[in-house]
Ligand binder design. Structure first.
Ligand code: KG4
Ligand code: ZN
Length: 338
């Protein structure tokens, strides 16, 4: 099996990792959260500059931590899309330059493919076909993984991504950025049944609802209305109960769609990917539902749910083994479908 070094700089983490046989030999993730926190969100130009400052150091650190030199590396990968173009360009250019310098195959990897294969890091026996529920800050997709490089998107969000909804509701509750982990923590001490919140459903023209598409903007508005009601009445905001009720609604909605997708397409395994895969409410709901339906559900190790380069290396290794490589002329793209 191939040993791959990957660089991921699509947003606000500068990450470099080395993966061999679906095992992580080293994983460096340098988060810029503290820098962006003061602005309440990621500032693209600031992100690019930070990547430039630390990427070389992170590459050296990843080799050192894995006790390897370049001769042991079979391929070099960089995330090429989607993301902030300026940020993507830093990691992608570094990967191409190293591939040229050390005469190694180069692979440009789609960021979402990375999230799909993060589950290989907790279950190395997983093989397509399987269903992937991808829930990150920018995406909420239900993907039928037919084979490496062959994907069918069964459903998507029609408005906010699940992670985005967590971040927006956290802002409403004044919990800071990023909001997902803060809501997750608060939900532990709140009552998930305190408030009945609407699950966003997408109506179909012929009647009924779309089985896989989701919507979170109505849910976010419902939380906003509730907070306004409490503020007007002068009562203290029950933030733990609001966080728990919101999380429960998102977890139930995602679980319903994932189980439906697996059953409809006869798939016995559901891999979860993206930052929201770290959410404890979602993990509990999915695990319980999967057991009831005799399905296997695989979550990435906690540290590989949010953005990292090990998942990119993992995806690249799958491609490399199938003889796929990318041209050195490959560019970075802010948007690209799977
Ligand atoms: O996959 P990711 O690191 O970046 C993207 O590719 O978007 O996902 C980041 C998102 C953020 O919206 C963050 O709030 C959310 O994942 N997140 C969580 C948790 N940890 C991160 N959401 C809910 N619960 C968590 N424990
Ligand atoms: Zn991501």
């Amino acid at each position: 099996m191939a040993t791959v070094l990957a660089i991921e700089t699509s947003c606000d983490e500068t990450a470099v990792a080395i993966v061999k046989n679906r095992n992580v030999l080293s994983s460096i993730v340098s988060s810029q959260v503290a820098i962006h926190q003061q602005y309440g969100g990621v500032v693209p130009e600031v992100a690019s500059r930070q990547h430039v400052e630390i990427v070389n150091h992170a590459i050296a650190q990843s080799l050192e931590a894995a006790h390897l030199d370049w001769s042991a590396i079979d391929g070099i990968a960089g995330t090429c899309a989607p993301g902030l173009v300026g940020a993507l360009l830093v990691g992608l250019t570094a990967a191409k330059t190293l591939a040229m310098l050390y005469q190694k195959p180069f692979l440009g990897i789609h960021h979402l493919e990375g999230h799909i294969y993060a589950s290989y890091l907790s279950d190395p026996t997983l093989e397509p076909p399987f269903l992937c529920l991808l829930v990150s800050g920018g995406h909420t997709s239900l993907i039928y993984v037919k084979d490496c490089g062959r994907y069918e998107v069964l459903g998507q969000t029609r408005d906010d991504a699940a992670g985005e909804a967590f971040d927006k509701v956290a802002r409403l509750l004044e919990l800071g950025y990023p909001g997902g982990p803060a809501i997750d923590r608060l939900a532990q001490v709140g009552n998930p049944k305190a408030f009945a919140l609407p699950e966003g459903q997408i109506s179909l023209p012929g009647g009924g609802f779309h089985p896989y598409d989701s919507s979170f903007s109505g849910l976010k508005t419902a939380v906003l209305r509730l907070t306004q009601k409490f503020q007007q009445s002068g009562e203290p905001l029950p933030i733990a109960d609001l966080a728990a009720s919101f999380q429960e609604t998102v977890a139930k909605s995602l679980t319903k769609r994932a189980i439906a997708g697996a059953r409809d397409f006869g798939l016995d395994a559901i891999a979860i990917g993206g930052g929201v895969a770290a959410n404890r409410g979602l993990r509990q709901h999915l695990q319980a539902a999967a057991e009831r339906h005799n399905l296997r559900v695989i979550f990435p190790p906690m540290q590989f749910c949010t953005d990292n380069a090990a998942m990119i290396a993992c995806a690249a290794a799958e491609h490399l083994e199938r003889g796929h490589t990318s041209r050195l002329t490959l560019g970075a793209q802010s948007r690209l479908s799977l």
